[in-house]
Design a protein around this ligand. Structure first.
Ligand SMILES: C[S@@+](CC[C@H](N)C(=O)[O-])C[C@H]1O[C@@H](n2cnc3c(N)ncnc32)[C@H](O)[C@@H]1O
Length: 228
């Protein structure tokens, strides 16, 4: 399903990224948000066998987390978003931090077709914007893209009272700009990932977000039926 210029979600995100930075020069609230998510990422990365990884970020927005991972571990990255405005932000951020081993791809994460390619596939604040089969497809696309020794990280807002107050506040003030968004709990995220053949490695907390780390489950041993 290629993104069309009339895709209302794409237009909504273009509009969002036209007026929000979330780059390096943001408000104190964004800085706090970014720091707490990055601390969650550091905890997620801790002790994993990832050296100079190939990284795929789905729904990259500014690509901030990928830039931090590359600064931390080295490696190279592919960043995908269907919003040209988001990709402009990402290009600017990577220029500012001087990282150039990066591909910026304008594409729809519901229909990307990477298979067994990356050491780390991640997204932050993305899967909760999809429902039902579309959401499952986005999860599946994370799991298909990772190689057999790699990891998938999925960060989502969790349904805490703090999240609900924040969402209610923005909605009441007419400042909710994120379209459809339903927070997810750990069991929900893990069970979808397990249904695509992944094993849970750990879950981390990052501000109002939680991050689930999984890798490929080993193939099940095959025991042929014994014939008496
Ligand atoms: C809440 S933002 C998170 C961005 C990023 N994680 C960050 O922190 O800057 C969600 C992002 O997903 C992108 N997105 C939403 N639906 C998409 C789709 N179907 N295909 C590609 N990107 C999509 C939006 O354009 C937006 O940049």
């Amino acid at each position: 399903m290629p993104p069309s210029l009339n895709d209302p979600d794409q237009e909504q995100w273009d509009e969002y990224w036209s007026s929000n930075s979330c780059g390096l020069d943001d408000s104190i609230i964004h800085r706090y948000y970014r720091r707490s998510i990055w601390e969650g990422y550091l905890e997620a990365l801790d002790g994993l066998n990832l050296k100079e990884p190939s990284i795929l970020e789905l729904g990259c927005g500014t690509g901030y987390k990928t830039a931090r991972i590359l600064q931390h571990l080295g490696g190279r990255a592919t960043l995908i978003d269907f919003s040209e405005k988001a990709l402009e932000r990402a290009r600017t951020l990577f220029d500012e931090v001087g990282i150039d081993d990066v591909k910026f791809v304008k594409g729809d994460i519901r229909s990307v077709d990477y298979k067994d390619e990356f050491d780390l596939v991640h997204s932050d604040g993305v899967v909760e914007h999809f429902e039902g089969n579309e959401q499952r497809r986005v999860f599946e696309n994370h799991c298909r893209a990772v190689n057999s020794t790699g990891y998938v990280f999925i960060f989502v807002p969790s349904p805490t009272w703090c999240y609900r107050v924040w969402k209610w506040g923005l909605t009441t003030l007419g400042r909710w700009r994120f379209g459809y968004e339903e927070p997810m709990n750990e069991e929900n995220v893990v069970s979808i990932l397990e249904s695509f053949g992944m094993d849970a490695v750990r879950t981390v907390k990052a501000g109002r977000f939680l991050g689930v780390v999984v890798n490929r489950a080993p193939p099940k041993p095959f025991y042929p039926h014994s014939v008496d």
